[in-house]
Design a binder for this molecule. Structure first.
Ligand SMILES: Nc1nc2c(ncn2[C@@H]2O[C@H](COP(=O)(O)OP(=O)(O)O)[C@@H](O)[C@H]2O)c(=O)[nH]1
Ligand SMILES: [Mg+2]
Length: 561
């Protein structure tokens, strides 16, 4: 029997398969689903939400079933040297890609699957693109796209295609004949709605944008001799962007029409915004392609849905370059299931550690940090620290324990373990004592202001902590998550959490409880985790991080946060 239910792994039938549900794009936060109403917890739809038992025991993170067997599958097409591998690294931080099998039956290189231990949410297919008038490889690519688009199973299907072409800095054609035929055929193709097989989006990626900026800087150097550097760079980028329109967009429009999705990228650090844009565009294209409903504008649909868009979720989880997409996806996944339960009372009677456990795991799954076996972010130590972080949300006058609470254990398991230590060693604390969860987690869920505050605070805090880790990893080019990184983030955030927690307290109290609506509460969480509000916190985390971080550092203790 595991020490904490948190650590228990349960088995339930997988999530419903991708169904005829409508998938929509949230234009403000490209995410995995856009439902204007928070989904009503299934169990409460027809019964009194406060009393309805959950139909889904034991609880299981929404993302678990999906992520168990499906990964984001992308085809990257482009001539050798255009920057495909660098791009994959910039978007997914997937170094050391290796072939998954040495299957001699594979006829074409394009069928080989590349995966990386650094980011196991990705399967890459790599194609050398087209040189000159070579049509042979074009046929191979087209056949592959056709076959992989028609796969019925999400896990086997191709989810996106990046066609990479280097920006011709010193003149010349941007496309080869093969690129043009591929784009033209794709533009003329229609999807297959009756079979619900979506057309896999092809995003045209014009690479090495920085080279064009350098060229423009050089040209402008003389005329802007007296301008400051910022202005010089701004003008060079503006001129480069105009040049991309002439050298790349115009030829693209000529072969594929003006609605085709494209963007310019550079994998150089100073152009990270181009990588974020590619991620957002890819997300929008996947959502638009997999939404069978008519689109109003790209990325917006007329329909609401509480079904997650699974292709979109796979990409949102796999990518590691867009903080905004991570935050909006955390919210979408939460909205889809357990956050509604949190405020409606559907969790009634369930041990709180179990409720917190599924909410925690769903969010950690979305962020997909390089954390082998989840040894940091799903560790008991981290869960424990997170439960302590929200302790200041306790009621000043705690509610008297309910009858329900009296029948469950009130002693933290760690203490229970401590008492079983032989009397000969009374002062030797067992290791588990250091990882006791905060006491509020050892009760059962009841819809009280205090418990709602703890849960709401936990969700907000863990998303903010994840966003700080993201900023730290991104700015330092760090690889794996370590306790040192998490400790640092927790220390910084614990100094700044006061105003957020005040807002949670004023949102949920004795007076507001009777009128609290799940949808409004979830919207409030979304407001409180908007990324713009945490730029300073992210900077503080980055500035206070020692170089190098101590990878042997032990977990901090709850009194330090
Ligand atoms: N200037 C510049 N060079 C790049 C960029 N991306 C990749 N490269 C360089 O282009 C070369 C080929 O890159 P690689 O990713 O291996 O291309 P692949 O053969 O298509 O996989 C390497 O020397 C990279 O450093 C970029 O955005 N800008
Ligand atoms: Mg390569």
């Amino acid at each position: 029997m595991p020490l904490f239910k948190f650590l228990r792994r349960s088995h339930r039938p997988p999530m419903p398969d991708r169904t005829a549900g409508s998938h929509t794009v949230d234009s403000t936060h490209p995410g995995i689903e856009a439902s204007r109403e928070a989904p009503i917890p299934q169990a409460s739809a027809s019964t009194n939400p406060a009393n309805a038992p959950l139909d889904t025991f034991p609880l299981r993170p929404t993302t678990d079933a999906l992520l168990e067997d499906s990964r984001f599958r992308v085809l990257v097409v482009g001539k050798s040297g255009v920057g495909k591998s660098s791009l994959i690294n910039a978007v997914f931080r997937a170094n050391n890609l290796t072939k998954t099998s040495d299957d001699h039956a594979i006829k074409h290189n394009i069928d080989e699957e590349f995966t990386s231990h650094d980011n196991d949410r990705l399967i890459l297919h790599d194609s050398e693109g087209f040189v000159g008038g070579d049509i042979g490889n074009l046929r191979t690519v087209q056949e592959f796209i056709k076959r992989r688009s028609a796969e019925r199973e999400l896990k086997d299907r191709l989810h996106a295609i990046w066609l990479c072409c280097e920006i011709p800095v010193s003149g010349g054609r941007v496309f080869e004949l093969g690129d043009e035929i591929l784009l033209k055929d794709n533009a003329n193709k229609v999807g297959n709605p009756p079979l619900r097989i979506p057309q896999v989006p092809i995003i045209v990626v014009f690479t090495k944008y920085d080279q064009l900026v350098v060229q423009k800087k050089f040209i402008l150097a003389r005329s802007l001799a007296n301008a400051d550097k910022v202005e010089w760079v701004r003008q060079a980028e503006e001129a480069a962007t105009e040049e991309v329109k002439v050298r790349c967009e115009k030829p693209l429009n000529a072969v594929a029409g003006s609605r085709h999705t494209w963007t310019e990228v550079s994998t150089r650090n100073e152009h990270k915004d181009t990588i974020r844009r590619l991620i957002d565009l890819t997300m929008n294209s996947i959502l638009a392609a997999t939404d069978p409903k008519p689109q109003t504008t790209v990325g917006q649909s007329t329909a609401d849905s509480d079904q997650p868009n699974l292709e979109g979720l796979l990409f949102a989880v796999a990518q590691r370059g867009s903080l905004g997409t991570k935050i909006s996806t955390s919210i979408r996944v939460g909205k889809h299931k357990y956050w509604g339960y949190m405020f409606s009372g559907t969790f009634n009677g369930i041990p709180l550690d179990e409720c917190v456990g599924v909410i925690h795991d769903d969010i950690v799954n979305v962020w997909n940090f390089n954390d082998p076996n989840h040894q940091c972010l799903k560790s008991t130590e981290f869960r424990s620290l997170m439960t302590h972080l929200v302790k200041d949300l306790a009621s000043e006058r705690p509610n008297p324990p309910s009858l329900l609470d009296n029948v469950i254990r009130i002693m933290p398991p760690a203490v229970a373990v401590a008492t079983s230590v032989p009397p000969a060693a009374p002062f030797v604390l067992p290791a588990a004592a250091a990882v006791a969860l905060a006491s509020w987690v050892y009760g059962k869920y009841r819809r009280t202001p205090e418990i709602l505050r703890y849960l709401m605070g936990y969700v907000i805090d863990i998303i903010i902590v994840m966003s700080c880790l993201f900023a730290l990893v991104d700015s330092r080019g760090l690889d794996r998550i370590s306790p040192a990184m998490v400790n640092l983030v927790l220390r910084e955030y614990s100094q700044q959490k006061g105003s957020i927690h005040e807002q949670v307290k004023s949102y949920v109290n004795d007076a507001t409880l009777p009128v609290l609506r799940p949808k409004r509460a979830i919207d409030r969480i979304s407001d409180l985790v908007k990324v713009e509000q945490y730029r300073e916190l992210h900077e503080a985390v980055i500035l206070s991080a020692p170089r190098p971080l101590d990878d042997k550092e032990k977990w901090t203790t709850p009194d330090m946060i």
